[in-house]
Design a protein around this ligand. Structure first.
Ligand SMILES: *Cc1c(COP(=O)(O)O)cnc(C)c1O
Length: 359
């Protein structure tokens, strides 16, 4: 049987060696005489897991010391609320870039807390392009600017960081750790773990210290960054298993050579897949090549009636979860860090064969 490659958008594939390590130590973690799932989050064994995971993430992303790293629950969607709650800081407006499905979700939630200024709107081009930054309408009196560096569904990814005179907030759920970024350019970075970090459950928040501690009144105490920061993300029981898994993924990333090495592989993986799509009349991708995602590659077949057959045959060829999101149609290959280059090669080979037979 050929190797199985999982192109799921999320929860997504984990590195195989990480899964094997989890399996190996699942029944007894180190000398704990119990599973990592069964021990106190305040005990010495888990504290070590937690601290090492944070340190490895700090090393990988080069996170400056004036930033807190929080391991929270609630998914990226919880940050759609926590960001306005913590960052409005007495102001009544926030800038939001609308570049796709997840931007829309963030905007809808922020509108419950403040006036949202949509400073750029890619819905006019069906989320296939990003407006030149010089044409954005930034409200200078707003508390912050929120954007989504990689839109997971349409496969639209920024190649720049918006430069503004206010904190920049980024939902990096589907692009964190995929390429080098300068953390100091951001006020808050957040990401659900189930795409590029580990298993569903944990949500990582990297927040500049001076933005912590001035919250909108009468909000849940767990939604106050200072509650979480002051208690090292252990005000209540954290997602211990997801935190542990994230730590294993960080160790794996370090062993691969870190983010710089991963970004070179990711660039190569995405380039060859787009190249295969562009060089055929049978497949297409509508996104402006400048803003095509390295992580999520949607493509449509010229003949929609072949979608079902494509999905059946690809599944039988051990290429999983290629069905596109219903709002875009066609296919989507999510090729996060854990997808080896050989998986992209296998997909391209399958696509070429399929076109030969049905094109
Ligand atoms: C998946 C995803 C989300 C939603 O994450 P949850 O953890 O399900 O809340 C938000 N933003 C982006 C960019 C995503 O890819």
């Amino acid at each position: 049987m050929s190797e199985i490659y999982n192109f799921s958008a999320g929860p997504a594939a984990l590195p195989k060696s990480v899964l094997c390590q989890i399996q190996e130590e699942l029944l007894e973690y180190g000398n704990a005489k119990a599973s990592v799932m069964e021990i106190s989050h305040r005990g010495v064994d888990f504290m070590q897991v937690a601290q090492k995971a944070e340190q490895d993430l700090r090393d990988l992303m080069n996170i400056p010391s004036n930033y807190k790293v929080l391991f929270l629950q609630g998914g990226a969607s919880s940050q759609f609320s926590m960001v306005p709650i913590n960052l409005l800081r007495g102001k009544t407006k926030a800038n939001y870039a609308n570049t796709g499905h997840w931007s829309v979700k963030a905007i809808e939630e922020a509108q419950r807390y403040c006036d949202v200024n949509i400073c750029t709107d890619s819905s006019v081009n069906k989320f296939t392009d990003i407006e030149d930054f010089s044409n954005w309408h930034i409200d200078e009196s707003a508390a912050y600017l929120h954007y989504t560096p990689n839109e997971t569904i349409a496969g639209l990814e920024f190649d720049f960081i918006p430069e503004v005179d206010m904190p920049v907030v980024a939902d990096m759920s589907s692009s964190i750790l995929s390429r080098e970024i300068d953390v100091s350019k951001f006020g808050v970075i957040y990401a659900g773990a189930q795409k590029n970090i580990g298993v569903a459950g944990a949500t990582i928040v990297i927040v500049r210290e001076d933005l912590i501690g001035d919250v909108v009144a009468k909000q849940p105490i767990l939604f106050d960054y200072s509650t979480q920061a002051d208690n090292d993300s252990m005000f209540n029981t954290p997602t211990t298993f997801a935190w542990y898994t994230a730590g294993l993924v960080f160790e794996w990333l370090k062993a691969q050579g870190g983010i710089k090495a991963m970004s070179q592989i990711n660039d190569r993986k995405a380039s060859k897949l787009y190249q295969a799509i562009d060089s055929s009349d049978f497949y297409s991708n509508p996104v402006n090549p400048k803003y095509r995602s390295w992580m999520n590659v949607p493509f449509i077949l010229a003949d929609n009636s072949l979608n079902k057959l494509f999905l059946e045959k690809s599944y039988n060829a051990n290429l999983l979860a290629l069905k596109g999101h219903k709002s875009v149609g066609g296919m989507r290959a999510s090729i996060y860090n854990a997808m080896p280059e050989s998986g992209v090669d296998a997909l391209i080979e399958f696509m070429t064969d399929f076109e030969r037979q049905h094109g």
